[in-house]
Design a protein around this ligand. Structure first.
Ligand code: DHB
Ligand code: FE
Length: 283
């Protein structure tokens, strides 16, 4: 990939992720009461004071932090920053006692209302979409193993270059995004292509933090899913590929052992992988 297209991608993805969040999520959460805000805000600020004292933070470092925080906003990278370094702990706390399949972070690139598809379907893709064909099959059940017919499996993923439609320029609007409905037995069979490992944008503020700290910017290849059925808790999760790069050092800390697929090569040069989802009853 050329340097110019990488830059275009980073700028576009940050701004679009911010816009997406402001459109879909603001106003959906209940107001938090004063006592709760007091305790959370006080403890976060106190934790910061502790770090400053422990490490004898200088004025130069304080100004570098101030300038970096300002630039995260200017770059539209708050959704990226929070979803990579914070969301996984919120997810852990939210679902620690939930029965059924494991969830993990949503990340910044979910878009609702993707094209509706039947139980046996191919995700929208370009003619000659690059990448190894992947047949992804499975069943949605409740926690006792009862099939859930007409469950909805929303899928979104990066393409073979690690780009997400609607967040990278030049990719068709609904590329590799779809909303699949399961059959009478809760089953589905989706044809797609294997996603590439994904590098979070490196030329914005998050990339500058990564470079300054000597970290890396990679997430392992993954499929994103939201699985829902009436009377059940929706499951937001991701699936990874056994043996894939960065399974063990995901920048977003979102890999769980239960979420790793066992892809098998097929006779026609593609791969196939299966996964069954069990949904917890609604709270
Ligand atoms: C980010 C991107 C992802 O695709 C993901 O799954 C999680 C986080 C990000 O750039 O913040
Ligand atoms: Fe992702």
């Amino acid at each position: 990939m050329s340097d110019t297209s990488l830059k275009a991608t980073a700028a576009a993805s940050g701004a679009s992720a911010t816009e997406r969040f402001l459109t879909d999520k603001i106003g959906t959460s209940a107001p938090t009461d004063t006592a709760r805000v007091d305790i959370l805000a006080t403890e976060i600020i106190t934790a910061l004071h502790d770090v400053i004292r422990r490490h004898q933070v200088t004025y130069q470092e304080y100004d570098a932090l101030k300038s970096w925080l300002i630039s995260v906003g200017q770059d539209g990278e708050w959704p990226l920053f929070l979803d990579v370094w914070v969301e996984h702990v919120v997810e852990e706390v939210a679902h620690s006692t939930r029965e059924g399949s494991k969830g993990t972070i949503e990340g910044p690139y979910y878009v609702p209302a993707a094209p509706e598809l039947p139980s046996v379907a191919t995700l929208p893709m370009r003619a000659g979409e690059p990448g190894t064909p992947l047949c992804f099959t499975g069943q949605v059940t409740d926690v006792s193993g009862e099939p859930l017919p007409a469950a909805v499996l929303e899928m979104w993923q990066a393409d073979d270059e690690g780009l997400y439609s609607q967040f990278a320029p030049g990719v068709p609007e609904w590329n590799l995004r779809g909303s699949v409905t399961t059959d009478d037995e809760g089953r589905f069979a989706v044809t797609t292509v294997q996603p590439a490992p994904y590098q979070i944008p490196t030329d914005g503020s998050c990339g500058r933090l990564i470079a300054a700290a000597g970290w890396h910017a990679w997430r392992p290849a993954h499929l994103h899913l939201k699985v829902s059925a009436p009377g059940h808790e929706s499951l937001t999760t991701q699936l990874y590929f056994r043996g894939g790069e960065h399974i063990g050092d995901d920048v977003a800390s979102a890999v769980k052992a239960e979420l790793v697929l066992e892809p098998k090569p097929t006779a026609d040069g593609g791969t196939e992988a299966g996964y069954d989802f069990a949904l917890a009853p609604s709270a």
